[in-house]
Design a protein around this ligand. Structure first.
Ligand SMILES: *[C@@H]1O[C@H](CO)[C@@H](O)[C@H](O)[C@H]1NC(C)=O
Ligand SMILES: *[C@@H]1O[C@H](CO)[C@@H](O)[C@H](O)[C@H]1NC(C)=O
Ligand SMILES: *[C@@H]1O[C@H](CO)[C@@H](O)[C@H](O)[C@H]1NC(C)=O
Length: 272
């Protein structure tokens, strides 16, 4: 891969959802307490852990999922699960309880479980999200800048971005890919991949496609763009070179968080 890899990163996080995220905390009473640690650490001999697994899981909208709340407590006095999601079956064994959550459609739901042991209650939490397949994957016609082609691929309305891989392929070859796992936002997003290709002879004939892949636990969702070829391009246009001055500042992955759209989506879900 001799082409320039693009490292700069622009992340426009919409802070708006922080104010209005109605689905973020399950119930007011639980969201106020400190998380992951008991309110007042007792000097109890019963030190025990509680775990809710998987900690992060994404499912197709409408599916159900099992969460397992386990602990090291030898004799639990109580246990339970707190969530806004609809609960289904429950299974239990020594040291664990498994809960089925039905018809997951909420964008992102916090789930907590607790175990009481020797008078002390401890909590663990997990997050269940419903994914959104990209609305579109569009590879723009490439623009020639100097001796390189500027390729831009737009992936719109996708969630969760942290599970997304965007890839450029030519023929059977992957010419660039980028995983967005560092983006942990809870918003629907538009992602733009910008890539500079230094063309060799073979590049001119083979079609290029852009692929978006959501790799969720046990489920891979793929979408791809229509192919484009580089041959159709004229060799130099001043106006194109000029318009690229602004693009040059945005090399790499650009993530635009769809806050407006998200709010509508949340409002819709809240009514269900
Ligand atoms: C839940 O987790 C416990 C401890 O990791 C394990 O032994 C048990 O088999 C799990 N139950 C289910 C239904 O997955
Ligand atoms: C999806 O992710 C898993 C674990 O991170 C990995 O083992 C698997 O190869 C990935 N699948 C694809 C198609 O990327
Ligand atoms: C995301 O892209 C779509 C389609 O191009 C557009 O309609 C929408 O406004 C974009 N959203 C944001 C937040 O930029």
């Amino acid at each position: 891969m001799r082409s320039l890899l693009l490292l700069s990163l622009l992340l426009l996080l919409a802070a708006a959802y922080l104010g209005g995220g109605s689905t973020r905390g399950p119930r007011a009473a639980w969201t106020q307490g400190p998380e992951g640690s008991p309110a007042s650490p007792l000097e109890s001999s019963a030190q025990f852990w509680v775990r809710l697994s998987p900690e992060v899981v994404a499912v197709p909208p409408g599916d159900s999922v099992w969460l397992n709340c386990s602990s090291s407590c030898p004799l639990p006095e109580g246990s339970g699960l707190i969530t806004r999601l609809r609960q289904g079956k429950t299974l239990g064994g020594p040291g664990w309880m498994a809960y089925q959550l039905l018809d997951v459609r909420a964008w992102s739901s916090d789930v907590r479980c607790f175990i009481t042991c020797d008078g002390e209650t401890r909590w663990a939490k997990a997050r269940v999200t419903a994914y959104k397949r990209p609305k579109s994957v569009i590879l723009e016609p490439p623009v020639l800048v100097g001796s390189k082609y500027m390729l831009r691929c737009h992936v719109t309305h996708v969630f969760p971005v942290g599970f997304l891989v965007v890839m450029l392929r030519q023929g059977g070859r992957v010419i660039y890919f980028e995983s967005l796992e560092r983006f942990t936002g809870l918003d629907l997003a538009n992602v733009t991949l910008t890539y500079e290709l230094r063309p060799g002879i073979r590049h001119l004939w083979q079609p290029i496609t852009c692929h978006a892949r959501l790799n969720l636990s046990g489920l891979v969702v793929r979408s791809s763009s229509a192919p484009i070829t580089l041959t159709a391009l004229a060799w130099n246009t001043k106006s194109k070179a000029l318009s690229l001055a602004s693009i040059a500042a945005l090399l790499g992955i650009v993530l635009i968080v769809g806050a407006t759209y998200l709010h509508k989506y949340l409002a819709m879900r809240a009514q269900m």
